[in-house]
Design a protein around this ligand. Structure first.
Ligand code: PLP
Length: 377
């Protein structure tokens, strides 16, 4: 058997990682400013994280959700405290798409409606309804097509006011659009969205799969607007590479047996990883570091020529160039040994490093980008 070939891959085999660095099979060292799609939150192979998972593996790795798993409560309590959502409830699952699928189900169980509003350039995952709510027709198979999803222009309050009526089950919006090219929902847009959802009885879902977990300098990106959603979905940085995801649910929505369910969600190993990530974020002040280093990065980027626009908050940064970013990405990788990300907006580089990145690591990137962008013109 061979693997099902679905990705364009770089001809590089990574075999080791530590902090912000990766090593390939030939021993070449790379600076990682992408964290494998925003997954690496506390740094690769963080010793406390490795210890926590190893100890858990030596104790018990898995049993089903038919028994009490107290680590789930420990994780929920810690997450509630650090995120400011202590009165909300946590359902654990395994991936961002799965978290969004469960969010849609919960919303629809709650108000018995079907219509979902999503936005242009949105990405919510590759399964069933999550992919239907993703604004990329290439990813949607005929079986995923549904008249239940309506796409509206992003940040367009007038369009919201026109379309958000009593037939709408839920509105889903990213805290900051990631795959779409680092687009920030405006504070006024989120505030009006919150008001309209309240007025019309629709559930507001904030997809913080990429923008959450301290990446933007707040625990969740939407906290820049002061609103509180009914449901928040999380994944990626939550496990620093261990597959774990969650649905954070307002007290408005009451739990009921069999409403949701999962085999692997909330397993011992995933919880140990999740608890360790939160502990490290807290002990090492990584949310503060995100803000500090993100601001430093933006300041330095402003001194580089041939950049059209810099977008983002904290360590979720989009650098829009005047050309498709693939040439610069390749040069950064193959000449300067730096991993960066692309986005569906072809001209925008995505920079999503570990939240523990240092100023001197950012300087290495800035010097390399300056060279690439000045030589290019
Ligand atoms: N939501 C957002 C905002 C994402 O960026 C992603 C993945 O990139 C997902 C959902 C899907 O997450 P997963 O790949 O874990 O299913």
């Amino acid at each position: 058997m061979k693997s099902f070939d679905v990705y364009s891959v770089f001809d590089i085999e990574i075999v080791k990682a530590s902090g912000s660095y990766l090593w390939d099979i030939q021993g070449k060292k790379y600076l990682d400013l992408y964290g494998g799609h925003a997954v690496i939150s506390v740094g690769h192979s963080h010793p406390a994280y490795v210890k926590a998972i190893t100890e858990q593996l030596n104790t018990i790795a898995f049993y089903s959700n038919s028994v009490k798993i107290n680590l789930q409560n420990e994780l929920a309590e810690k997450l509630g405290r650090l995120s400011g959502y202590e009165d909300y409830q946590l359902f654990l699952c395994n991936s961002g798409a799965e978290a969004n699928e469960n969010a849609f189900k919960l919303a629809s169980f709650y108000n018995a409606r079907k219509k979902i509003i999503s936005f242009n350039s949105a990405f919510h995952g590759r399964t069933s309804l999550a992919v239907a709510a993703t604004n990329n027709s290439n990813l949607i198979a005929p079986v995923n097509e549904t008249s239940n999803i309506l796409f509206l222009p992003f940040n367009d309050i007038a369009a919201l006011e026109k379309e958000l009526d009593e037939s709408v089950c839920a509105v889903i919006v990213e805290g900051i659009q990631g795959v779409g090219g680092i687009n920030i929902p405006s504070v006024n847009f989120l505030k009006r969205l919150r008001e309209l959802c309240n007025e019309k009885g629709a559930i507001l879902i904030l997809d913080e799969v990429q923008s959450g977990y301290g990446r933007t300098g707040k625990f969740f990106a939407h906290q820049y607007s002061g609103i509180k959603p009914d449901i928040i979905t999380i994944a990626k940085g939550m496990g620093n590479g261990f597959p774990i995801a969650g649905v954070i649910i307002s007290p408005l929505i009451k739990s009921k047996k069999e409403l949701l369910g999962t085999t692997f969600g909330g397993n011992y190993l995933a919880c140990a990883a999740g608890i360790s990530v939160l502990q490290i974020i807290e002990e090492e002040n990584l949310i503060e570091n995100s803000l500090l280093q993100g601001n430093y990065l933006k300041l330095k980027l402003k001194t580089i020529p041939n950049i059209k626009e810099i977008r983002g908050e904290g360590l979720m940064t989009g650098i829009e160039l005047f050309e498709p970013c693939s040439r610069i990405r390749n040069e950064l990788l193959f000449t300067h040994s730096i991993f960066t990300g692309s986005s569906s907006n072809k001209n925008t580089l995505r920079i999503l490093p570990s939240l523990a990145i240092t100023q001197s690591e950012i300087d290495v990137f800035i010097n390399a980008l300056r060279l690439s962008l000045t030589q290019a013109n």
